[in-house]
Design a protein around this ligand. Structure first.
Ligand code: SAH
Length: 340
């Protein structure tokens, strides 16, 4: 059975039309689900009993079980149990501009980035659209607060689950639903070129972030196997086209790994790689994990790297850190409960 939480307003309009109900019911149903946050269709009191029975027959009204919530400073990590007993995590961050939620897109991940804890477990499956929508909805219910920003940067590679990500964006962006502005949604990819090309034509002003982490192919191939499939030249070509066609600014994420990609020559190489592209670089101090050997760059090295980019007129920030103490930081999320 189809989940009610993976219907778009459009698909619901089609549904109501087929069943001979007014199409504006689609928006009303969205309001019941996402603004009033009903837990049973019987709460949708302006729908007739017949209609409620019909909806109950045609759709499943799923929920996502929150198994655990860990609190840190300005950050909480949620562990969810899925209906097949798999686990995923989402991380809620308090910013001065609102609440931002980092959601997972897959159980496990096949990209195999050497420095990433989440990727140590191979992909088990893609998350269904409703499992991503419900990460947001269940946390809003629990917190009784509105989530204003969503980043798809948790466990998994979103562009390896492309169709569901597109559907997710259409659902959470709708103003009768969660109403998360497209400029407040960020998708982060390790660089799956054909999907970047497809995304270029997606008519929503969503932010795109690229996990770059190395300024040349040989280094990138060492730490990110995806670079063997899509070399930098192809990636940069697709990204230039993306910025040209969409007029949107890209974000490049660059983790600083001690002695690996944090030297002066790397900073200079990065400057020339990004020449002429509308982008900014987010430098990420590496979050060390117990299973992996990489170390965080020294504060002085990070500052030097930052200065070189700045001096060369690259827009650059150093990522504010969240969640280190509760293992909720980038690359620390796991999908195996036993090992958390
Ligand atoms: N697969 C997607 C999204 C998930 S990873 C992607 O690659 O973009 C989200 C971000 O966290 C990526 O930039 C990833 O490279 C980074 N990351 C992974 N492990 C990390 C770690 N230990 N410390 C800091 N950032 C990490």
């Amino acid at each position: 059975m189809k989940s009610i939480y993976e219907q778009t307003v459009q698909s619901l309009e089609t549904y109501f039309k087929e069943k001979n109900y007014p199409t504006f019911y689609a928006k009303e149903l969205f309001t019941w689900l996402y603004k009033k946050k009903i837990t049973s269709i019987d709460e949708a009191s302006n729908f007739s009993l017949d209609l409620r029975c019909q909806l109950q027959k045609d759709f499943s009204f799923d929920s996502l079980e929150i198994l655990e919530k860990q609190l840190g400073k300005d950050v909480s990590k949620y562990l969810f149990r899925l209906s097949d007993k798999e686990h995923i995590e989402a991380v809620l961050m308090e910013h001065d501009y609102g609440l931002s939620l980092c959601i997972s897109s897959q159980v496990g991940c096949n990209m195999g980035c050497k420095f990433c804890e989440s990727g140590r477990r191979k992909k088990v499956r893609n998350l269904e659209t409703y499992e991503m929508v419900l990460q947001i909805l269940e946390i809003e219910k629990q917190e009784q607060r509105r989530i204003s920003h969503v980043v798809i940067m948790g466990i998994g590679e979103p562009f390896d689950n492309y169709d569901n990500i597109i559907q997710l964006i259409q659902i959470i962006n709708h103003d009768k639903g969660l109403n998360i502005g497209s400029r407040h949604i960020t998708v982060s990819t390790c660089g799956i070129v054909p999907k970047i090309e497809e995304f270029t034509n997606f008519p929503y002003q969503v932010n795109l972030a690229i996990s770059l982490h190395a300024p040349n192919d040989s280094l990138r191939k060492e730490i990110m196997p995806i670079a063997k499939v899509y070399p930098l030249e192809e990636l940069m070509k697709a990204l230039k086209n993306y910025t040209k066609k969409t007029n949107r600014r890209l974000t490049f994420e660059y983790i600083l790994l001690d002695g690996i990609n944090d030297k002066e020559e790397h900073a200079l190489e990065l400057v020339s790689l990004l020449k002429g592209i509308n982008a900014y670089v987010n430098l990420i101090p590496y979050n060390e994990t117990t299973h992996l050997q990489y170390k965080r760059s020294k504060p002085l090295t990070i500052a030097k790297f930052y200065d070189i980019l700045k001096k060369n007129k690259v827009c650059v920030t150093i990522r504010r850190e969240f969640g280190g103490t509760i293992s909720a930081a980038c690359g620390q999320l796991r999908s195996e409960k036993e090992e958390i």
